[in-house]
Design a protein around this ligand. Structure first.
Ligand code: SAM
Length: 278
């Protein structure tokens, strides 16, 4: 069977460029191109979109994205050892791959991408949650991206899609579900990666909603939710006391029992509570 492209197998790329995995950079590579093509397909029809990829490494997912027809991929990689391997992919897909060397937490990629673009990544675990929170909290909504297709540790993926009443339910679930649809679309065992990480992983596909599900000021909602879940075992009348002296009245007006705990409260009632501070 023909491969997804005419480039060498990823094991050869890694050997040729001396890409021994570095733990400090969260390097767990995907070497099976059938698998990276499958992940790329989860991102939807890419033919009309630019795609931002964080941490391409030796380029397995990059090749999957390009082979599935992405109009253009902008790949941000911190490890300079990977850049020549990525340049080889750029040559095989003329005009369609831009490689940027640098830290995704610092680099400004906006100038390279036409919105609404998609984001796809097998994220470095050490920066994954921070990047997600940034993407979910832009200055304006809708954001410049239309979808995020991201690999996380399974435990983080479960926190993104968690519903009230579960242990995983918290700030990340509310932040995600307030303005997006988020689903786990693939589970991957440690053995899918080289070297294998200690825990299982999952791919989450997140699509931006045109507007929030319920009205609320983002900064106020964020403050209320942070205070509620910082002391998640306490009753809300205690954990939120610092927000307002009449917090019990506000909770009742939002349909919340003051003796409830944060993990029992759904998104709609958190938004109602946030609006009481508007
Ligand atoms: N996408 C590749 C794959 O699936 O095989 C590599 C994934 S590996 C989990 C994470 C990648 O992110 C590594 O290549 C690592 O060098 C890169 N990386 C780590 N921290 C980064 C940062 N702050 N900015 C950009 N890339 C980073």
């Amino acid at each position: 069977m023909a491969g997804i492209d005419d480039l060498p197998p990823l094991r050869d790329v890694i050997a040729a460029h001396g890409l021994s995995a570095r733990k400090s950079l969260g390097q767990n590579f995907l070497l099976d191109l059938n698998l990276t093509a499958k992940i790329a397909r989860q991102a939807g029809d890419l033919t009309q979109s630019d795609v931002l990829e964080i941490g391409p490494g030796p380029g397995g997912l990059t090749r999957g994205l390009l082979a599935s027809g992405a109009r253009k991929v902008v790949a941000v990689e911190k490890d300079s050892r990977c850049i020549p391997a990525l340049q080889q992919i750029a040559e095989a897909y003329p005009q369609r791959l831009t490689v940027l060397e640098g830290d995704a937490l610092e680099l400004d990629t906006a100038a390279h991408l036409q919105p609404p673009y998609r984001i796809a990544a097998n994220l470095p675990y050490n920066v994954g949650t921070e990047l997600l929170v940034r993407w979910l909290t832009p200055k304006d909504w809708p954001p410049p991206w239309s979808s995020l297709t991201l690999m996380f540790q399974k435990e983080v993926a479960q926190r993104i899609v968690a519903t009230p009443g579960s242990k995983a339910y918290g700030r990340l679930a509310i932040l995600s579900q307030w303005r997006t649809d988020a689903r786990i679309v693939m589970d991957l065992p440690p053995g899918a990666f080289t070297p294998p990480p200690k825990v299982s992983s999952a791919v989450v596909h997140i699509t931006a909603l045109p507007a929030p599900r319920y009205p609320a000021d983002p900064a106020v909602l964020s403050r209320v939710v942070a205070a509620a879940f910082n002391q998640r075992r306490k009753m809300l009348r205690a954990s939120l006391r610092g927000l307002a002296p009449d917090i019990e009245d506000r909770l009742i007006a939002a349909g919340i029992k003051p003796t409830d705990r944060a993990e029992q409260i759904d998104l709609e009632r958190f938004c109602a509570l946030a609006r009481s501070f508007a």
